[in-house]
Write a protein that binds this ligand. Sequence first.
Ligand code: MSP
Length: 506
Amino acid sequence: MKYLSTPIYYPNDRPHIGTAYTTLLVDAVARYWRLVGAPTYSVTGVDEHGLKIAREAESRGMSPQEWVDHIVTRFTEAWDLLDMSFDDFIRTTEDRHHRTVQPFLQRMFDSGDVYRDHYEGPYCVRCEGYYAEGDLVDGNCPIHGTPVEIHSEDNWFFRLSAFGDRLLAHIEANPEFVVPETRRNEVIGFIEQGLDDISMSRSALTWGIPLPWDESQVAYVWFDALINYVSAAGYADDPERFERQWPAWAHVVGKDIVRFHAVYWPAMLMSAGLPLPRQVAVHGFLLVGGEKMSKSNATQIHPEELVETFGADGYRYHFLREMPFGADGSFSWEGMVDRHNADLANDFGNLANRVLNMTAQYRDGAVPAVADHSAAEEQPLVAAAAEALEAMTEFEGFRTRQALEGVWRLFGAANAFVEMTEPWRLAKDDAAADRLDQVLNALLEALRVGAVLVSPVIPAAARRLWEMLGLPGSPDDGPLAETGVFGVFPESTVTKGDPLFPRIEE
Ligand code: MSP
């Protein structure tokens, strides 16, 4: 089972292109696995407890529950707009989550890994994170650069310090547990420094899930949030589904929350006696003008601002093609327009248009039947299709950029094939009718395979092309190992339509 998760987002902030990237990456890989034919479960959601939400609600004169009910649609609507295909959307205020967090924490308590102590130290409300004095930069949060608060209270601690050796042994034995390698090394370095115990509850807050053994305290929001991954897998309600779905195949996270996912979370699971996820896949940050986006500097870009011009498919393609997995990437409007025009309007869209038009013009849309594609001149196309299919496996390591480069080499080969065979000349020569049949069938087959291969990334365009090709079902029906293989294009009638991706002027 390929259980894939995004982090659950703080709903105070609207989705921006950074949070949308995490979500998109999971969506594309989940769509890839469904195309392969693997049982898949993809989950996203929102992180609704904690001080940050409680304060924001208060400042608006609302109860926290009213506030989160009001803002959750920011996320559900943004993901609909971007054509996301999640199987589940989890909110930490849901009953199924409460009924998971309490027994989970109780198991940790029963394991003897929890004790009561006094806590005092800096806290960043925006991170919802505790820091040591030494982590601060000029007395401010190292992530946000904003002032921290000093929190001092009696609460419950998780004996994280006892898990260092077991965590290191697990990472050692499972080289794929944290990817890419730079992040894995960072995690190893962090654990080797020695782990401190961490506070896992809050006494001064009521907006959260009460600890089962001490109802005067609520779970610290990160403990609450991480447990969402097992809540969504059916821990409380559906033990059979939980058995099938857990452990997760991958938790996809940004580089700022690696420690929570690759250190705290596996230690919590060890303490509760549950299996660890196969992988924590860590991506970089999307920068704008070389800088981190910030709400205060109004440099945040939101998906709807780009979808208006590029459409959901154009949006999805851009970020999945441009972001190198694991590294930071930079967004620019000019870069997005150039990439759109070169790859989508030209290489792919124009190819589709030309091939459909030629089939309409020279064969009234009736696809010529041919025996096979064994002719020597067709081999570069056949080979490029096989290589593109092979490149699709890059999705399994979240390298969407490499996968798409491979698929676009197929479109490159098809465009070169058009230039080389010059179907417009063949059409003028009655003696070349058979050869034209071969050429058109090969090009249509390249489009069919292409539609299958692009379907995890640009699902709507893939479906439209499929319809224009007159094919039954849909390009993502799979399984990839059959539908993605270059064969003979079947009997059908194709229709021409509007360009798949009109050019965008600067
Ligand atoms: N609520 C926690 C996660 C709990 S998961 C059990 C949280 N939420 S968040 O809304 O602040 O951020 C969620 C994700 O968005 C993180 O993975 C973070 O790395 C990602 N991103 C936020 N800004 C980003 C960019 N500029 N670029 C790429 N990803 C970014 O943390």
